[in-house]
Design a protein around this ligand. Structure first.
Ligand code: ATP
Length: 236
């Protein structure tokens, strides 16, 4: 069953059209990875989904049309967007950032329990709970961004290049946490990545974006089977 369904999505910036007729699905409990080179339109796709730019097409979430839902209301229906650059508040502490993630909720006990849950997922954040977010390492900031998004108790996490700027070990760590969040908590994930290999290990569905169009959509196995795609995106 599909949690997120996107059909014929067009979007761009003023007169410049970037996305052309994009179709995309994320299954309930599934992970869809969108791969593409620099400038393919990956960030634009997430911005369009999250109503941050003009778009047209059909977007359904959990059975309902959400084309008219505003960015700030998406969290209330269960979509958490972790943008490029992560969007944490540099001058606030780790814990203040996590608490801000729960701003739509009023269940104090539930929030306290979720804070402890986040510290179990991310022990490193617990050690740094009183540290200013701006002084965390890149990997720790990415974990904080994930933790903050999870405090919303989303059904779907939308992630823009979680590997960006991280050393290979930190990338592995972030992805193993994503695997746990998906496997243990059943949170569905839409992830946009340039780092194709690691995203393919997590995903059950993959779309290739080239100059704003989906040029291939299938399982990671389908993608690996295609020699020219494998060479271009996986380098072997
Ligand atoms: P990268 O991996 O480099 O971040 P991407 O696949 O995420 O690339 P986008 O950031 O979506 O690509 O950019 C797609 C195209 O849209 C690019 O040609 C870019 O120059 C253009 N673009 C992005 N933001 C704007 C903007 N605010 N105004 C005009 N054009 C833009």
């Amino acid at each position: 069953m599909s949690l997120l369904t996107v059909r014929a999505l067009n979007a761009g910036y003023g007169p410049i059209q970037i996305l052309r007729g994009v179709d995309l699905d994320v299954a309930v409990g599934g992970v869809t990875a969108v791969l593409g080179a620099n400038g393919a339109g990956k960030t634009t796709l997430l911005r369009a989904l999250c109503a941050m730019i003009e778009r047209d097409g059909e977007i359904r979430f959990d059975g309902a049309r959400i084309d008219r839902v505003r960015t700030e209301d998406l969290v209330r229906i269960g979509i958490a967007h972790v943008p490029e650059g992560r969007g944490t508040f540099a001058n606030l502490t780790t814990e203040e950032n996590l608490r801000l993630g729960a701003y739509t909720r009023h269940d104090r006990d539930g929030i306290a329990r979720d804070l402890e849950r986040m510290y179990r997922h991310f022990p490193r954040l617990q050690q740094r709970r009183a540290q200013q977010a701006g002084t965390l390492s890149g990997g720790e900031q990415q974990m904080l961004a994930l933790g903050r998004a999870l405090m919303l108790r989303p059904k779907l996490m939308v992630l823009d290049e979680p590997s960006f700027g991280l050393a290979p070990l930190a990338v592995k760590e972030v992805y193993s946490i994503l695997e746990r969040i998906n496997g243990e908590e059943g949170v569905s994930i839409l992830v946009v990545e340039q780092y194709a290999a690691i995203a393919l290990d997590l995903a059950d569905h993959v779309c290739l974006l080239e100059t704003g169009r989906v040029v291939m959509s299938g399982s990671p196995r389908d993608l690996r089977r295609d020699e020219s795609i494998r060479r271009a995106y996986l380098g072997y």
